[in-house]
Write a protein that binds this ligand. Structure first.
Ligand code: ADP
Ligand code: MG
Ligand code: MG
Length: 916
């Protein structure tokens, strides 16, 4: 049996690995190998596979070392050969770096050790050979510091200031009266090494290891350990990277950017990661090593002359000063610049994507140390994909696949001015519930928000939590901040629907409605004080941070057009107002998949009439109140149908428990008593009577329409009359009437009969007919199970996956905040099932209902209107099970259009793979 291969060599333009082997070699290792293969200069080395990381974590250090011991010894010899140097030699010592590198890039999350192989003898050898003792001792002190921090645990995790080595460096700088590391002499470095080692001895009780092999094994194991450090674990959680992947370890010959004025180190991008502009750019530092460029100790210089001039202008630096102190690489080392320019061009063409590279220049010789597909903003993502399509680097399918759908969100909302936010003071942090930027004056009540906004003020609505009554106020506000509630809280869902910035569940803030104050970050804010919210990060800032409107460039439109051509699913929107409908239409919605009628009953006279209806003694009283509601509803529907003319509009009949509409406060109850001419105690009693133990499983949905048919009658009449009124004005209205919460055929049939009888009455009255559909939500598990029967009556199904998830899991949506986060933390659930459709369980019900529904009614129209309709992985599922459309909130329409196209492309690709 041949032994598994755990160590892969590279160097001298040869390599045992390649770019496709990311799972095994990590991204860094795979790309180092690939760069060798295509002739890019890379220092030789080897990669220990991610499998060893997993084995190390499972079976321990000795087991892992045993598996690779011989191979590592051979691999070091391979590097020695190419470099003509010897590991641990005192005259010509080989130094190496030991670098982490996982499958997905986790920049800066894990550890790296540079200059390994140095000791008191080797440093003299390097000093003699290079004729540069300062460089030798600088490298040595860097090594002792890094090794001490990473391997020997000298640095307390995440607290920069307490690094004992930094304290020693600061001391010596003070003693010498200098500011920069570069101003320290060879003797200073020597002194540092001595003090560093003493510090190690003092803190760990052991001598610093002098044996290069001991150093090497220590560093390899420490890099494996760094896979499990706190920040790496957190990063993986945020980016949904599985713990099982593990990191690879890359051991590589050192090249030195700190050898003097002809040496340098830097990072470069083939295009602009913020804007996507096709310009080579980056930063570098002369006489520096490793992370010096990003560490921010010295001011890094620009690589290109153009970039350098741009930078100087922003930094207010004169051309003379720039040239003298901060020359570009293009000016300082023109030949090396030219070579770097060619390499970046080669790499981008080879990988056919924007590259983010790390390089080092030793004595004017260029070495590449890393390349990867660069991270970028949403705007850059779109532009780069469309540009590369035009340049012929990628095809249409690939251009579509290159854009992460969720990233489009960034393009649609106002954004903070970058410079302003960098200087902002963070006073609280909550959940990034709805992306975007908001800045304005604090108000605490929804009606104040409305009033202030009407006066032209920009306000941020701050609430402990929000309720449906706050809707209008939320709409008037720039953004919403709540102390309680999660990502599916009312505030969060509604804000996302409105495309409004929202930070929810900021637990540390203290809201006092009475005093109208808000305490956060050690400061008490009064009504009218200014704050700013970042809905993309969950940060709350003090004061007014400048925002800028997003620019929806032509690239965005081009991408959307392309996506529509590639998608099979089409996209509708969930919208309750003409304004939302218009927004969604502008974003490319092909109709309304869910128009909730209950939101129409809040505000002004409507809520009074609604309450009259609910609080009425009997059917007669209800009918009287419904008479008042009819014209108001009709007008509302006319508005929506008009905004969506020519496209279908699915109107859902009244769904929530009536208790949600009645007044719970003294003032409201008195008002209703007066309106209805009864005593306050009568109203109070009625309100109490309506309260339920489990309202979400109570008297709601079609149970309302079947017990109070007059409600369904009124709503049907309003819908049909509105549509006919518009038709009379030559406006093409296409209503689809949707029955909520159906569980049995009989329930559905009864509602269908009421709808059809009412519609017939209207047609008779007007002597005309129009087309309309009657269908149902599938949101009760029983409806999915008996979908074949229900399809006898329903002309369409719309999967209400919010309720379907709630009822399939038995998780109350309103109470899940207490345990869902813990379930996800503990790994009991991978995702919040209210955000990402549970394909395994809830998905089975959807799939079953699709099949059963089509069996009974071949042409049944199928869609989804839950929150999942705007979530890319759920959309992919909807595509696979054969739905006709997804419906989502207006601001998610572009995301859904792109995700629908990607679903089609991915499915075609995997079909091709299977049938090859
Ligand atoms: P990260 O994944 O955090 O970027 P790296 O392994 O890329 O960590 O190492 C960080 C930096 O260390 C690199 O950008 C490079 O400047 C320097 N470095 C790593 N290996 C070498 C090497 N063999 N020679 C010179 N510098 C190196
Ligand atoms: Mg790196
Ligand atoms: Mg529902």
């Amino acid at each position: 049996m041949s032994k598994a291969k755990y160590v892969y060599l590279f160097g001298n333009k040869e390599a045992e690995g390649n770019a496709k082997m990311k799972n095994l070699l990590g991204g860094k290792g795979a790309n180092l190998a690939e760069m060798n293969l295509i002739g890019v200069p890379v220092p030789p080395g080897f990669t220990i596979t991610t499998e060893i990381c997993t084995l190390y974590n499972e079976k321990g250090r000795d087991y892992a070392i045993n598996l690779i011991k011989d191979d590592v010894v051979k691999a070091v010899a391979h590097v020695e050969n190419i470099m003509g140097m010897k590991f641990g030699d005192k005259e010509n010592p080989l130094l190496v770096s030991v670098r982490s590198g996982a499958r997905a890039s986790m920049p800066g999350m894990m550890d790296t050790v540079l200059n390994l192989g140095l000791n008191d003898l080797a440093v003299e050898g390097i000093a003699a050979k290079s004729g540069n003792p300062r460089f030798a001792w600088d490298s040595y002190r860097r090594f002792v510091q890094m090794y001490g921090d990473v391997v020997l645990g000298m640095k307390p995790e995440s607290k920069e200031s307490e690094d004992p080595f930094e304290i020693i460096i600061d001391d010596i700088k003070k003693k010498r009266g200098v500011k920069l590391d570069t101003e320290l002499t060879a003797d200073d470095m020597k002194e540092l090494v001595k003090e560093f080692k003493a510090a190690v001895k003092k803190q760990t009780g052991k001598d610093f290891p002098d044996d290069p092999w001991e150093q090497l094994w220590g560093a390899i194991m420490a890099v494996f350990d760094s896979w499990m450090n706190e920040r790496a674990i957190l990063y993986r959680k945020l980016n949904k990277i599985p713990d099982e992947w593990g990191t690879a370890v890359n051991v590589q010959a050192m090249v030195f950017g700190n050898m003097g004025e002809d040496s340098a180190t830097g990072v470069a991008f083939t295009r602009d990661a913020a804007t996507g502009e096709n310009i080579f750019n980056g930063e570098y530092l002369i006489n520096a090593q490793g992370e010096d460029v990003v560490a921010g100790i010295r001011t890094p210089q620009q690589i290109t002359l153009e970039g350098s001039r741009r930078w100087a202008k922003l930094a207010n630096i004169s051309e003379e000063e720039r040239k003298e102190k901060y020359p570009s690489l293009e000016e300082a080392m023109p030949e090396v610049y030219k070579e770097l320019y060619e390499v970046q061009d080669k790499l981008e063409k080879h990988y056919r994507d924007m590259q983010d590279m790390e390089f080092t220049i030793q004595d004017r010789k260029l070495w590449l140390l890393q390349t990867r597909n660069g991270k970028r903003t949403g705007a850059a993502m779109v532009k780069i994909a469309m540009d590369m399509l035009k340049e012929g680097l990628i095809d249409k399918d690939e251009a579509i696949m290159r854009v992460e759908p969720n990233k489009l969100d960034e393009l649609l909302h106002p954004v903070f001015d970058k410079d302003a936010v960098a200087k902002a003071k963070v006073v609280a942090k909550g959940l990034p519930a709805s992306p975007g930027a908001a800045a304005g004056q604090v108000v605490f009540h929804a009606d104040d928000a409305e009033k202030w906004a009407a006066e032209g003020k920009k306000v941020v609505l701050v609430r402990i939590e929000t309720s449906p009554e706050d809707l209008k106020g939320m709409n008037s506000a720039e953004g919403i901040l709540t102390a309680r509630g999660g990502m599916t809280s009312h505030a969060a869902v509604v804000a996302r629907g409105m495309g409004k910035c929202c930070v929810s569940g900021a637990g540390s803030i203290k809201v006092d409605y009475k005093a109208r104050t808000l305490e956060m970050g050690g400061h008490k804010y009064k009504e009218g004080d200014y704050i700013s919210l970042n809905g993309s990060t969950g940060e709350v800032y003090d004061g007014l941070i400048k925002t800028v409107d997003p620019e929806l460039s032509g690239y965005f439109g081009q991408l959307m057009k392309l996506a529509d051509k590639k998608a099979r699913l089409y996209v509708r929107t969930n919208a309750d107002t003409p304004h939302d409908a218009q927004v969604a239409r502008d974003f490319g919605a092909k109709g309304i998949g869910l128009c909730r009628t209950e939101h129409m009953f809040f505000g002004g006279d409507k809520i009074i009439a609604m309450r009259e209806m609910i609080l009425a003694e009997d059917e007669k009283g209800r009918r009287k109140a419904l008479e008042k509601l009819l014209p108001m509803q009709r007008t509302d529907f006319e508005g929506i149908f008009e905004a969506m003319q020519g496209l279908p509009v699915t109107v859902r009949l009244l769904d929530p428990p009536l208790h949600e509409f009645v007044p719970h406060d003294e003032k409201g109850q008195k008002e209703m008593a007066k309106v209805m001419g009864v005593s306050v105690s009568t109203i109070k009693a009625k309100v109490e009577e309506l309260s339920e133990f489990n309202p979400m499983l109570g008297h709601r949905g079609c149970r309302l329409g079947n017990t109070y048919p007059e409600i369904t009658e009124m709503q049907t009449r309003a819908i049909i009359e509105a549509a006919m009124n518009l038709r009379d004005k030559k406006i093409d209205a296409r209503p689809e009437i949707m029955i909520p919460l159906t569980g049995t055929l009989a329930e559905m049939k009864m509602q269908e009969n009421i709808v059809r009888e009412t519609a017939e009455k209207v047609f008779e009255e007007r002597g005309k007919r129009i087309d309309y559909l009657v269908g149902t939500m599938i949101e009760v598990p029983r409806a999915a199970l008996t979908a074949d029967q229900i399809a006898q009556s329903a002309e369409f199904f719309s999967f209400g996956t919010n309720d379907l998830t709630q009822m399939t899991f038995g998780y109350s949506r309103d109470d899940a905040g207490k345990f869902l986060p813990i379930y996800i933390e503990k790994g009991i659930l991978k995702n919040d099932p209210f955000q990402v459709l549970d394909q395994e369980g809830v998905g089975q019900l959807v799939e079953m209902a699709v099949k059963k529904g089509r069996k009974t009614r071949k042409k049944i129209k199928l869609g989804i209107c839950g929150e999942h309709g705007g979530e890319p992985s759920s959309i992919e599922f909807c595509h696979r099970v054969g739905l006709d459309y997804v419906s989502c909130s207006p601001y998610r329409v572009p995301i859904a259009r792109l995700a629908a196209a990607q679903a089609n492309i991915m499915n075609k690709r995997s079909w091709k793979k299977k049938n090859k």
